[in-house]
Design a protein around this ligand. Sequence first.
Ligand code: B16
Ligand code: MG
Length: 217
Amino acid sequence: TTKAFIFDLDGVIVDTAKYHYLAWKKIADQLGIEFTHEHNELLKGVSRVRSLDIILELGKVNASQEDKEKWLIQKNEDYLSYLVDMDESEILPGVFTILQFLKENNQPIALGSASKNARPILEKTGLLPYFDAVVDGNDVTNAKPDPEVFLMAAKLLNTKPEDSIVFEDSVAGVQAANIGNMTSIGIGEASTLHEAKYIFTDFTAIDTAFIEELIKG
Ligand code: B16
Ligand code: MG
């Protein structure tokens, strides 16, 4: 059977989580809300709109729809300013080797991201040609842990969910893969991602023999 390899973007392929953090931190500071790196974990894999709501909940701040829309625009403009100089040097260690290996073995590859900025990031890092399908925050209505984004990616690759393998750095994303009946691979801390079927600290910890097993499996 054919497999599908589905990659999350932020925190898996590129370390954009740090830029999301900086941009949200500015909003939080403006509003006098304490926003730490631990708080930032709550925003991983979560949509932009939901992220703002979480920050406002942390600070117990009630805001008008108008203010919220203003902050969402400000956050994204600020975030985009960090991406202006982005290039292939921001691809996380080991990712390129695995993508290359999958390509050499003719394996279908898709992106499954909550971000609405996914395509420009893939273009800037030169990775867009590696992806047979891109599903991002512009395509889905239900956020992770809803499996919609990954199910859509599998469908575009003509692969059944049970033959799909998902690489994720967020708890919500691992849950989405599991709920979608896919093989979940957590990238990050085992203590955080314990719901994943396999966990690796990063892509340098994944060898091609493991990928070969997944292809055969
Ligand atoms: P944007 P992923 C997610 O991307 C990020 O993890 C999350 O922190 C961010 O809020 C979300 O994208 C929306 O991003 O503001 O660019 O639309 O991890 O699913 O690739
Ligand atoms: Mg992520």
